[in-house]
Design a protein around this ligand. Structure first.
Ligand code: F6P
Length: 564
């Protein structure tokens, strides 16, 4: 299929040229959001969309209805819909790894079994076979039928993984803490820095801890080192407590009761010493950063239960179906991706803030950083030719209102324009009153105020009217026209977080498709990994030290001089 093998150069299309003219016109006419709203009273409703329980308002973006038309034209010109269909059908759109990209199959209903054969595999049937095994296992653990080696019920999950094998589960676990109903808490260790493991195992009871080693490849240095450390910690602690005999059989039994694994490389899991019966597989067509709804989400199933995980999958599915079925001009998922291209490629905005007004979503920006930046931080297209425009955005953020007291100054008045996504939910599981005042409404008032202030600003005239000394007026002026998207959900449920993740997965896909890049490989992480292997011996070996560049050598010499 030509859309897979040969990217269409978006910059050479008539749609791109039209967008360029349109962007120049908006810039030269000193586009004003305030004027747009005055002139077009129905702007808010025309540019707002409801998908599932999410209400998404694009109206405070630097766009007009013409922008929507032109962006949809661009999407069609680069074959976005064909590429989307190719992805859902399991074509190998991950060209540099020659793989299908089928995270969308992870949430297809069991009734779809037999309808998606990829590389000889009945993808949906296999997905449900693993889901079924995970649900059975989780039920046994949650009900106390599966215990630790001393017979105690499992109360802690220690999940070891990094990148996509960590960020998704942590983020969703944090987001759905109110739904953790079986007395099982999860702790996540990712960093190879020994401080991470040391601090996080301090409060854990080894007799009631289940360790999940999560690694797609089962070769990742950090995860394997941490898994070995966890094994030592668990076995030593059980032995010191007198609940484990010092025999190979007793140790093997303890590992069997306290260690499970999630991986695509089940042979390597077995080599590590984890019983293959306690391993849950997934497939190379699931990218690490797209894997939270695969077996990688096992910790979530343990903490929240199979029923909640099913609701989580339904949230993804709802967005998938909407993304496939909705015409581009009305498809908010596609439009959000296209708007990001609009800002990056036509306005030169380089960063994008994600600002959840919900403390439970405090890891959402970190999760999105991997999803978006590992996917679209590329300098060549999927056929190996150089990209023809700026690609990738730097995603960053913190929950509101904390960010308001830290970096919002720059978003409001800095010289860089930073498009921002504001995310909030109508209801809270923790309603609280401060006197007569509903605290959640105080919070949501801030959510609304920030997007309003960013869009409409405050003019010099308004500042002068307040009696501000003339020399200080400009310091208090807000230019406005700072673009924001508001995403307002009803409740932060398993369904809603699934939908939110799928939304950003597809936004990332849309951007990559327009730029012609393979959003599913990650060669950019390899060089540093390789160099770390080469450098580490130089801490103690002079020959290895001598091969280093002067700067690295000097740093290692400093280390050697001060090492205790
Ligand atoms: O180094 C990057 C990366 O390959 C990510 O893409 C991946 O999510 C992470 O490492 C962890 O990989 P694995 O799941 O194979 O341990």
């Amino acid at each position: 299929m030509s859309s897979v093998r040969e990217p269409i150069d978006a910059t050479q299309t008539a749609a791109w040229s039209a967008l360029q003219v349109h962007a120049d016109r908006l810039k030269s006419s000193e586009f004003s959001l305030a004027r747009c709203f005055d002139e077009q009273p129905e702007r808010a409703s025309e540019l707002s969309f409801d998908v599932g329980n999410l209400h998404i308002d694009l109206s405070k973006n630097l766009m007009t209805s013409k922008t929507v038309t032109l962006l949809a034209d661009l999407a069609r010109a680069v074959g976005l819909e064909e590429r989307r269909d190719a992805m859902f059908a399991g074509e190998h759109i991950n060209t540099t790894e020659d793989r299908a990209v089928l995270h969308t199959a992870l949430r297809r209903p069991v009734s779809d079994a037999g309808t998606l054969m990829v590389d000889g595999q009945d993808v949906v049937a296999d997905v449900h076979e693993v889901l079924h095994r995970m649900y059975e296992f989780a039920r046994a653990v949650r009900e106390g039928a599966w215990t630790g080696v001393s017979g105690k019920r499992i109360e802690h999950v220690l999940s070891i993984g990094i990148g996509g094998s960590d960020l998704g589960p942590v983020m969703v676990y944090e987001a759905l803490k109110p739904y953790a109903d079986a007395g099982i808490d999860c702790t996540f260790v990712s960093n190879i820095d020994p401080n991470d493991m040391a601090e996080k195992t301090k409060h854990l009871d080894p007799e009631t801890t289940l360790v999940i080693v999560v690694s797609k490849t089962f070769t990742t240095l950090e995860t394997l080192v941490n898994a070995r450390t966890a094994k030592r910690w668990l076995l030593d602690s059980l032995y010191e407590r007198g609940v484990l005999a010092d025999t190979p059989e007793a140790r093997a039994e303890a590992v069997a009761k306290h260690f499970v694994a999630v991986s695509t490389a089940l042979d390597l899991v077995a080599n590590f010493g984890i019983d293959p019966n306690n391993a849950f597989g997934f497939w190379n067509w699931v990218g690490g950063r797209y894997s939270v709804d695969s077996a990688v989400g096992l910790s979530l199933i343990l903490a929240l239960g199979p029923e909640r995980f099913e609701e989580f999958l339904e949230g993804f599915r709802e967005i998938d179906e909407y993304f496939v079925a909705t015409p581009l001009e009305h498809n908010v998922v596609a439009l959000m991706g296209l708007l990001n291209v609009w800002y990056t490629s036509f306005f030169g905005f380089t960063t994008h803030a994600v600002l959840p007004y919900n403390q439970y979503l405090h890891r959402f920006p970190a999760y999105l950083q991997q999803l978006t930046m590992e996917s679209n931080g590329k300098h060549v297209r999927w056929d190996g030719t150089p990209v023809t425009s700026a690609t990738g955005e730097i995603f960053w953020g913190e929950p509101g209102t904390n960010g308001q007291h830290a970096f919002y100054q720059l978003i409001h008045q800095g010289t860089q324009v930073i498009p921002a996504d504001f995310i909030a939910f109508v209801n809270t599981p923790n309603p609280t009153c401060d006197g007569e005042q509903d605290v959640h409404e105080l919070f949501l008032g801030n959510f609304l105020a920030q997007t309003k202030a960013l869009a409409f600003g405050k003019s010099a005239e308004e500042v002068q009217k307040e009696g501000t000394p003339e020399w200080m007026v400009q310091a208090r002026v807000f230019a406005g026209n700072r673009p924001t998207t508001s995403i307002l959900g009803v409740d932060l449920t398993p369904h809603a977080i699934g939908a939110l993740i799928a939304l950003y997965e597809h936004i990332t896909f849309v951007e990559g498709s327009v730029w012609g890049i393979d959003s599913y490989d990650q060669w950019g992480v390899e060089l540093g990994k390789q160099m770390a292997k080469d450098i580490t011996p130089a801490f103690s070996d002079d020959d290895a030290l001598a091969t280093q560049d002067a700067s690295t050598r000097a740093l290692i010499e400093f280390y050697r001089a001060h090492r205790r």
